[in-house]
Design a protein around this ligand. Structure first.
Ligand code: IPE
Ligand code: IPE
Ligand code: MG
Length: 241
């Protein structure tokens, strides 16, 4: 027993990434439109962000809209974009006050220009903060991010700025450059897949698939997931000690 405890992961997770899934099913189960679930999902985001300092989390990355989510109905996409805009406008003062640094990862070229400007402005306003690094993935796909990073690395090589393409060169061109890799990725709604999230960065992350829809996720369930993380043994390809 003492032996197996010693094998466990004593470090706490400091970077947690979340695939916020299940808003639509949560709403439909209540006879409400999908957008109602997204609205409640924003409330969960607020609570989870607030809970991070107490839980010892320095980096939180949230998957809000994937490169594939454009396939949804026009009205759902427009509703999600409006919720994002409102979240930034409503939360920015509180984020500044609480020392949160806000970043966005993903493509910006397919977003409404005024939303893209709002995102950049929020990033600039919070750039000096370091209590919590909150990263929101919008029009984000791991494959698209890697495609863009590969193109940038190839351009470096062609221009003679580098002699070879290394892992660190690719990393320097990812949207997450400068951020640590996630220790733990949590996906709500019971689905067990990555859906194109942080494909490079999560190579050695622990995964936790939680069986509640995102609107029902809570700081208590987050704390439970973190407790579970501490029982995992991370080997990073080496042999257990
Ligand atoms: C939220 O959950 C994730 C987003 C893409 C915004 P969903 O909208 O995917 O809800 P489900 O999975 O259909 O229930
Ligand atoms: C993943 O959820 C994307 C986000 C949470 C933003 P999806 O609901 O889009 O993923 P699939 O379609 O179930 O794989
Ligand atoms: Mg979903």
């Amino acid at each position: 027993m003492a032996n197996s405890r010693a094998k466990r992961n004593v470090a706490t997770a400091t970077h947690v990434a979340m695939i916020m899934d299940g808003n639509g099913r949560w709403a439909v189960a209540r006879g409400r439109p999908r957008l109602f679930g997204h609205k409640r999902g924003v409330e969960t985001v607020r609570e989870i962000v607030k809970s991070c300092p107490d839980l010892g989390i320095s980096h939180l990355t949230l998957y809000a809209f994937s490169t594939e989510n454009w396939k949804r109905s026009k009205s759902e996409v427009a509703g999600l974009m409006l919720l994002l805009r409102r979240y930034i406008l409503k939360e920015i003062a509180a984020l500044v006050e609480r020392g949160v640094r806000l970043r966005f990862i993903g493509r910006r070229d397919r977003l409404d220009a005024s939303l893209a400007r709002l995102m950049s402005s929020a990033e600039q306003q919070t750039a000096g903060n370091d209590k919590l690094n909150l990263t929101i993935a919008i029009d984000y796909g791991g494959r698209d991010e890697l495609r863009r990073a590969a193109a940038a690395a190839a351009a470096d090589l062609a221009a003679g700025r580098v002699d070879e393409i290394t892992e660190s060169l690719i990393e320097s061109h990812l949207d997450t450059a400068g951020l640590p890799d996630p220790d733990l990725v949590i996906r709500t709604s019971g689905e067990c897949r990555t859906s194109n999230f942080l494909l490079w960065q999560a190579a050695y992350s622990e995964y936790d698939f939680v069986d509640v829809n995102w609107p029902d996720f809570s700081p208590e369930l987050f704390a439970q997931a973190l407790d579970g993380f501490m029982t995992r043994e991370r080997r990073f390809g080496a042999v257990a000690k």
